[in-house]
Design a protein around this ligand. Sequence first.
Ligand SMILES: *Cc1c(COP(=O)(O)O)cnc(C)c1O
Length: 232
Amino acid sequence: MSQDAMRERVNAVRDRIAAACARAGRDPSEVSLLPVSKTFPVDAIREAMALGFDAFGENRPQELASKAQALEASYLRWVAIGQVQTNKAKDIAQWASELQSLDRLSLAQALQRRLEPLERTLDVLVQVKTSPEDTKSGVEPEELVPFLKSLESYPNLRLKGLMTMAVLSEDEQAVRACFRQLRQCRDDAVAQGIDANRLKTLSMGMSGDMELAIEEGSTQIRVGSAIFGGRS
Ligand SMILES: *Cc1c(COP(=O)(O)O)cnc(C)c1O
């Protein structure tokens, strides 16, 4: 894709964010845009860097690690957004700045053990299961508060918020309900004593459903195909 084509795509996404914010009475500065570069080559990431992006979402730890090494720009933030097997914790600890798909304590423990000797910290979002689909992982909403409390035992993990993936459905109400549930989970957790400053980020919404997510309170959308094009 040419630089101009990517710029046009990014502008179109920004227009969609602005329109959704206008409908919801929100300020567009409340919604950050995380480009998801999974499956796209480093040249595409360089084009996005030239447009001012400095953080990229990747869903496979090994791909994240190899792109981080190929690009070598120390100001880049690599954000892991996909399921992480415990034996891949090392790649995340070494190369990622943030993990949005923290879904179990065994992974938190593996990350802590890997981060300590590297003297690194990792920003984390806890993925919440808001959709009945088996393919969607995450902490069950009713188990979230104890889970968040348990994270206090891992000093190299910095809790920043929650993430979810909505059900894949044509039914707008079903998709919207997933996003609404994540926001409710945040509100419930704060009411039950979790520091609101540790739950500022609600990462929800992708290329196909960002408007609904923004209307339901998203503070970060993760956008792949609407910026980089279709994935094969
Ligand atoms: C791929 C992916 C996205 C982006 O999806 P698009 O539909 O390409 O915008 C967002 N979040 C997660 C967790 C993903 O795996």
